[in-house]
Design a protein. Structure first.
Length: 401
């Protein structure tokens, strides 16, 4: 028996913490769910020095997709579960994933269910994966569930790549611009400054400003770097608090350029995840609990918990979604129709497909808009430095002429 620390929310929204002894984290979560808690986070309590194990390491998403696809094909072909795990485990090239799969095989051989065995490796198989597998085992449709899981993970990976792709270009350009400007200010400008001092002529205002900026950067560069790291640590600490995270996530949703994109990503992720879980037979209350914990945005998370609370009181999903102000009216109306017709999973997947395309369009539009803005920014900054340093030369050339 191991000790686990947990944090969860009551039906009234209050946060409670505690420590429990149990065989694994899944058992703790099951106990808390039965007690009526939601938004459950379970972590193993630290007990002295513990050697790292392969089972706790993160598995690459592509590896997980390939494993899930192959596993579904083998199960569909009639191969026993243990044999599938043995074959797929031994053919893995990465030792970490190989160790996890062989440990899962041992647990299944010992009488554990496949879902419980996977639940012992939360960094490799998240709560969504484990719950869908459990639903597949109960319903006798494990191969179908695994194919749905693989499709879901692939689409989630594509969405993540789109967001990363949108951010890499501007951040790379800004980083290079920062390095170039710093090199000019620290190494190039002082050469011009000493040359102008020897000439003894009065310098134009822009040139004085650039030289002063260069002197400041040379004198305080270590302090500036230290302040940057200190501010980043302070921000991380603030963001780790519930109030800080809520504040920052709220600002992110309202940001001029990134806000609409973040909102579309949140809608796509919510509908895709919940649609996959509902169509796989996972109870909607459990599905909403998992979706809320994986939302990635505190405001969206609270909105989803509001939906869960509404359903537990016998109300509909549409009303709290509308009042949250995050989900567009079209999404709310389609979910309302899905509730009325009993085709919630189909409707959610349709919304997810639509918003996947919306995210793709938004990313392309944002990239197209940022490119000229970045070019103008670079031109103004670098061009301004060059012009400021050549102004005295032009003045002297005019005087000589």
């Amino acid at each position: 028996m191991a000790k686990f620390k947990w944090e969860a929310k009551t039906r009234s929204g209050a946060t409670q913490k505690g420590e429990t002894e149990a065989p694994n984290a899944a058992a703790v979560e099951t106990q808390l769910k039965k007690a009526g808690f939601m938004g459950i986070v379970v972590k193993e309590a630290r007990q002295g020095i513990k050697l790292p194990s392969f089972g706790g390491k993160k598995v690459d998403t592509r590896e997980l997709v390939i494993f899930t696809r192959q596993f579904a094909t083998m199960i569909d072909s009639g191969l026993p579960l243990v044999q599938c795990l043995d074959i797929l485990g031994n053919q893995q090239e990465k030792p970490a994933f190989k160790s996890i799969l062989l440990k899962v095989k041992e647990d299944v051989e010992s009488g554990s269910t496949f879902a419980d065995a996977l639940g012992k490796h939360p960094k490799a198989f998240d709560e969504l994966y484990v719950n869908l597998v459990a639903a597949g085992e109960v319903g006798g449709i494990l191969d179908t569930i695994l194919n749905r899981l693989a499709a879901y993970i692939e689409k989630a990976m594509k969405l993540k790549k789109q967001i990363k792709g949108a951010m890499v270009y501007p951040l790379t350009v800004l980083a290079i611009a920062g390095i170039v400007v710093s090199v000019i200010l620290v190494f190039v400008i002082p050469v011009f400054a000493s040359m102008f001092m020897e000439m003894g002529s009065e310098l134009p205002g822009p040139t004085k400003l650039v030289i002063a900026l260069s002197d400041f950067l040379k004198s305080y560069i270590l302090y500036i770097i230290g302040a940057f790291f200190l501010l980043s640590k302070i921000f991380q600490k603030y963001y780790s608090t519930p109030r800080g995270r809520k504040r920052v996530d709220s600002i992110a949703l309202k940001a001029p350029v990134a806000g609409p994109l973040i909102r579309k990503v949140a809608v796509a992720k919510f509908t895709r995840t919940l649609g996959t879980m509902v169509s796989s037979g996972v109870p909607i209350m459990d599905g909403l609990d998992i979706v809320a914990k994986t939302a990635g945005n505190k405001i969206v998370e609270e909105a989803i918990y509001g939906v869960r609370q509404s359903i537990s009181e016998g109300k509909t999903m549409a009303e709290p979604l509308q009042s949250s102000g995050i989900f567009p009216s079209m999404v709310v109306q389609m979910i309302s129709v899905g509730e009325a017709t009993g085709a919630m999973d189909t409707m959610l997947n349709k919304i997810a497909d639509f918003y996947d395309d919306e995210v793709d369009t938004a990313v392309s539009a944002m990239t197209a808009m940022l490119e000229p803005l970045l070019m103008v920014f670079l031109g103004v900054v670098v061009g301004g430095l060059v012009i400021a340093m050549y102004l005295p030369i032009f003045s002297m050339a005019g005087a000589v002429g």
